[in-house]
Design a protein around this ligand. Structure first.
Ligand SMILES: [Zn+2]
Ligand SMILES: [Zn+2]
Length: 307
């Protein structure tokens, strides 16, 4: 599973860092988290088709996180998209989309579903679920936790042969999780030839928030925590006034959550490079990275044994 950091900056776009947007690339679809201005060009730089995006999660309606959204929908419409698109965001997202599309004369022909998320868990998808929870940022704001479904255990050909199932279509049925009946014998269940099911990958996305232990609880054991770290610790007070986090606070959330890996984004333009963030976070949580625009993190799905 590939995570592409399209933009890791905040506030205003700069040559160094684009505005927040993270693409989570699944087998056939892309889930987009935040859509800062310039997201379309960043998708092109990353060679990701915007038509593969099926769901967009907007953390809150500060301009740096959502002003790329109307342009994105407008281009999808220009390209005669037919695939439905779901957008999940905080209170106000519906009127933001309705008004900007109306004022810019965009009339999408595809189905556009917009959901204003509260604390509710979204209906279980077949492949994954996404939990939304409130972030602490002074305006309605959300954090998200994506969990991929468990993956069926590995097929054991030796066991199948030992039980007497001939190689061929019956193997396929068992691999698909269906029971079979061998001529003149008993029913054979998939559990007899499949290993234990494997845990799916999981990703938490903080959006903009001050230190929030509730996020750590919701994100327990995630493969990757993507957390905002607008500042480093010498600006701790400023972070708390502006309802943002420091690199150290993000790392503390990763420790509390027992996350496998931490990626810091939403870096203030005042920082010329990522060194300070990296050092500060790694002092608390070793598995911390501070990606640049267009960097990619691959995580294993299902989660590998070493994880
Ligand atoms: Zn922001
Ligand atoms: Zn914000």
């Amino acid at each position: 599973m590939k995570i592409v950091f399209l933009g890791v900056g905040c506030g205003m776009p700069s040559i160094r860092r684009a505005l927040p947007a993270v693409a989570i690339c699944l087998k056939r679809e892309i889930l987009l988290f935040d859509a800062g201005e310039g997201v379309q060009l960043q998708l092109q730089h990353a060679h990701l088709s915007l038509q593969r995006i099926t769901e967009i999660y907007i953390s809150h309606l500060h301009g740096d996180h959502c002003l790329g959204l109307p342009g994105l929908i407008s281009t999808m419409s220009l390209l005669h998209r037919t695939k439905p698109l779901s957008i999940i965001g905080p209170q106000g997202i519906k009127s933001f989309i309705t008004n900007t599309l109306e004022m810019t004369h965009v009339e999408p022909k595809f189905s556009l579903k917009v959901k204003e998320g509260g604390k509710a868990k979204l209906p279980e998808q077949s492949q994954y679920s996404v939990e939304t929870l409130p972030a602490h940022h002074g305006v309605p704001a959300l954090s998200f936790v994506l969990r991929m479904a468990e993956v069926q255990g590995q097929f054991n050909p030796e066991k199948a042969i030992h039980i007497g199932v001939p190689r061929g279509p019956l193997w396929k049925k068992l691999q698909q999780g269906r029971s079979i009946r061998l001529a003149g014998t008993r029913i054979i269940h998939p559990s007899e030839v499949l290993g234990p099911s494997r845990k799916g990958a999981s990703i938490a996305y903080s959006g903009d928030t001050k230190f929030n232990p509730e996020l750590a609880a919701a994100a327990r054991g995630v493969s990757l925590l993507i957390h905002e770290a607008t500042y480093t610790n010498e600006l701790k007070e400023k972070a708390s006034e502006n309802l943002h986090s420091t690199a150290a606070q993000a790392a503390e959330i990763a420790v509390l959550a027992k996350a496998r890996q931490l990626a810091l984004i939403h870096i203030s333009p005042r920082y010329e490079n990522n060194l300070q963030h990296e050092q500060e976070a790694r002092g608390i949580f070793q598995q911390s990275v501070v990606p640049n625009d267009l960097d990619v993190i691959e995580i294993s799905h299902p989660v590998s044994k070493e994880d």
